[in-house]
Design a protein around this ligand. Structure first.
Ligand code: COA
Length: 143
């Protein structure tokens, strides 16, 4: 399964938006707005592919404190529990480490906390709500 960096505004980026919309936004009755997406020019966009088809994704956003924030992790619903999410995470961590970031942080949906724990992340702070559902801040040192 190839993992690669996706170029902003490319056809692969179009697939990424569709996958994220399907998995992360539509079920909550939400959608992306153009302003939000235009900020992704600065992000590192990551995809897992089955031939030409995008089957999973995530992205990295630099934070001011020398850490990176992992966002928008999603795997095609029919292909879960096969290690695709863990492979995406490993790939993203290697990129962040290579770029000199000392740690990764995320706002993890409560339903995905077990997945992130398996990847070595731990909860810091109390439960909070984002996009209308419970989340936890989770962190991992990379260096
Ligand atoms: C969370 C998600 C990305 C995991 O992807 P995946 O490809 O199914 O994960 P993997 O198969 O790599 O799982 C790695 C490990 O985590 C475990 N795991 C996966 N999802 C889990 C979950 N929701 N809760 C607890 N454990 C989970 C797997 O069983 C596996 O454990 P193992 O190493 O003991 O076998 C995927 O379920 C998803 O897209 N969910 C919907 C979107 C979402 O919630 N994204 C997170 C936003 S913060």
């Amino acid at each position: 399964m190839p993992l690669k960096i996706i170029e902003y505004d490319s056809p692969e980026y179009g697939q990424m938006i569709r996958l994220r919309n399907e998995i992360l936004r539509k079920p909550l009755g939400l959608h992306f707005n153009p302003e939000e997406l235009s900020r992704e020019k600065e992000d590192i966009l990551i995809g897992a592919f089955e031939e030409e088809r995008l089957i999973g994704c995530c992205l990295l956003t630099a934070q001011d404190d020398g850490t990176c924030r992992l966002r928008q992790m999603a795997v095609n619903a029919t292909l879960r529990q096969k290690g695709i999410g863990a492979s995406l995470m490993n790939f993203a961590e290697n990129i962040a480490r290579d770029k000199g970031y000392g740690g990764l942080v995320m706002h993890a949906r409560k339903v995905a906390v077990g997945f992130y724990k398996k990847c070595g992340y731990h909860i810091t702070g109390d439960e909070f709500y984002e996009v209308g559902i419970p989340h936890y801040k989770m962190v991992k040192r990379l260096i």
